[in-house]
Design a protein around this ligand. Structure first.
Ligand code: COA
Length: 160
């Protein structure tokens, strides 16, 4: 189930970040990010309890399998990171997180959503295209890798 992010999610998110990205956000940077007024985030938690969240109840522990981190400034949103843990990918969770976020910003009348993605990231590009994002710019050779440089593609989704 998708729910709003909490500060006690940072360790789980940092673990997925480390598993996924070369430039992973660690727990400290995540906490700093979450303190920003513009911050907005959602997690996919497979352990959502039926009752209200109580931090001291051990039965209420979470099991995060994915997250989306973003900022929203006035009528513009920027997706900073989206990831699903490797053992839960290709099950619709990324689409669920992105769809949830886009419905949220649409309800807030946020007109523009932006993100950046590596040109060789087929799964992410597929996900973004399916959700109405289109390329509007490129940063050539932005990602430096041992097996060669890769462009960054800047994508935008404009609401109606
Ligand atoms: C990108 C990512 C979030 C997608 O999450 P996911 O849960 O695996 O994706 P979903 O199962 O929701 O699939 C979404 C769409 O992408 C497609 N897709 C997913 N993985 C794919 C792959 N490896 N190759 C091609 N298409 C793929 C699906 O077919 C689906 O399209 P559909 O609606 O036509 O069926 C996930 O792969 C991930 O965490 N990757 C590593 C982190 C990352 O690259 N994040 C993006 C940084 S910009």
């Amino acid at each position: 189930m998708i729910r709003a992010i909490r500060t006690d999610d940072c360790a789980s998110i940092a673990a997925i970040e480390a598993q996924t990205f070369n430039t992973a956000l660690d727990r400290g940077r995540l906490l700093t990010l979450m303190k920003m007024r513009a911050f907005c985030g959602f997690v996919d938690d497979t352990n959502i309890p039926n009752t209200a969240y109580r931090p001291n109840n051990p039965d209420m522990s979470s099991n995060l399998v994915g997250y989306l981190l973003a900022t929203i400034i006035v009528d513009e949103a920027e997706i900073l990171s989206i990831a699903v843990s490797s053992d839960h990918q290709k099950c619709g969770r990324g689409a669920g997180l992105l769809g949830h976020f886009l419905a949220y910003i649409d309800a807030q009348d946020v007109k523009t959503a932006l993100l950046e993605v590596a040109a060789d990231n087929v799964s992410a590009l597929t996900l973004y295209h399916r959700h109405g994002f289109a390329e509007f710019g490129r940063r050539p050779s932005y990602y430096k890798r041992s097996d060669g440089d890769c462009d960054a593609i800047m994508m935008r989704r404009l609401s109606d």
